[in-house]
Design a protein. Structure first.
Length: 112
């Protein structure tokens, strides 16, 4: 089976999704992760940590995906918590997609 040539992307779709995750973090957590949302002190502005994420991903020998975001939040207990959001937005099927995402996540886990 011949490998499909990657198409060049003419728009920054990943950047748009990253901005969406940043802009709607509170709503996303409220809807899909209510216990996490409830534990966060939303009076303290979340701190976005792109530089730190690049360092972690670099140690894992994986490229930084543009839709990855790392955010530090303050919990109601006063403790700091880091949250990694990794979104893979696919416009068409990709052979080996599940394996690629699993490798990426295991690399992040083992580099921490």
């Amino acid at each position: 089976m011949a490998k499909r040539k990657k198409r060049e992307q003419d728009s920054d779709y990943d950047g748009a999704w990253k901005e969406t995750l940043r802009r709607y973090l509170r709503d996303l957590l409220r809807r899909y992760f209510p216990p996490i949302h409830a534990a966060i002190d939303w009076s303290v502005e979340p701190k976005w940590c792109d530089k730190e994420l690049s360092q972690v991903v670099g140690r894992a020998k994986r490229r930084n995906q543009p839709v990855d975001v790392l955010v530090r939040v303050r919990l109601l207990s006063g403790a700091e918590q880091w949250i990694l959001l990794h979104a893979e937005i696919q416009s068409s099927p990709e052979a080996g997609f599940e394996r690629r995402v699993a490798r990426y996540h295991s690399g992040l886990f083992s580099s921490g």
